[in-house]
Design a protein around this ligand. Structure first.
Ligand SMILES: Nc1ncnc2c1ncn2[C@@H]1O[C@H](COP(=O)(O)OP(=O)(O)OP(=O)(O)O)[C@@H](O)[C@H]1O
Length: 241
């Protein structure tokens, strides 16, 4: 399969700190890939590089076969790279609907009826229809996370980059989030999802990548990766202890 989003030989350093070292990463259309690893492994930095928020010290990023290494994050968003952040920061003073409309307008370039049709569809997919007229800042954590996902989807992405969108949710809330993310797959959109709640992640992903100290240490089916002795030693053992 041709990758929709691909990073090759990605390295990143902050001063003396080497955060990524020669990382190769790819996701194909309709594929869902989970990224796990201990704190500080470089997972969010990899997402930042893929989204264009930071430029790698070395390596290239391509989207749809086109080199986007020097393309700004807002341009990548309009090309089809959507992102949901770990800490949702919706526009305060705006309703849930207005937040999604802004994303569909600026991210997907939609106008008029198409704009509102898209916004209504995304609110429905994310279970937010009944909260459409609520002020974004009044939402609880689960609904903020859903709104973050909705804003990402409203940009019409071919790939979505999700950073710990399950963090802080109860098991029941996480199950609802899983249903919303599964919905994304139905549309053939590629998914890259960083998540520490592994049992939630494996309900959605086809493939799992484990990172440690800025490198990919395992890449394969969830069963293979979770049973890998190196992964257990670097991540799962520590998480369990
Ligand atoms: N802007 C920055 N300046 C300096 N160091 C940074 C910066 N961003 C990240 N780092 C460092 O890079 C390393 C990797 O951070 P990153 O957030 O990518 O890890 P992570 O795997 O996502 O961790 P977590 O699971 O805790 O979110 C950490 O040591 C972090 O402190």
């Amino acid at each position: 399969m041709t990758p929709v989003l691909e990073g090759r030989g990605l390295s990143m350093r902050y001063g003396d700190l080497q955060v990524l070292t020669g990382v190769d990463f790819a996701v194909s259309e309709g594929e869902a890939v989970g990224i796990v690893g201990p704190n500080g492994a470089g997972k969010t930095t990899l997402l930042n590089v893929l989204a264009g928020a930071v430029r790698p010290s070395a390596g290239t990023v391509s989207f749809g076969g086109r080199d986007v290494t020097r393309t700004r994050p807002d341009q990548r968003c309009r090309m089809g790279v959507g992102r949901a952040f770990q800490v949702p920061r919706p526009f305060g003073g705006m309703t849930v609907l207005e937040n999604v409309v802004v994303a569909a307008s600026y991210g997907a370039g939609l106008r008029g009826t198409a704009l509102y049709t898209k916004a209504v569809e995304v609110l429905d997919d994310c279970g937010l229809t009944e909260l459409a007229n609520r002020r974004a800042e009044s939402l609880g954590l689960l609904h903020r996370k859903r709104l973050e996902l909705a804003r990402c989807l409203a940009t019409g992405p071919r790939v979505v980059l999700l950073d710990e969108i399950g963090a802080g949710l109860t098991d029941a809330e996480a199950a609802e989030l899983v249903a919303a993310v599964r919905q994304i797959k139905v549309g053939n959109t590629a998914i890259v999802w960083i998540e520490h709640i592994v049992h939630v992640l494996v309900q959605v992903v086809d493939r799992l990548v484990c990172m440690d100290t800025g490198r990919v240490i395992a890449d394969g089916s969830p069963g293979e990766v979770l049973g890998d002795a190196v992964v257990i030693d670097a991540y799962l053992g520590k998480a369990a202890s």
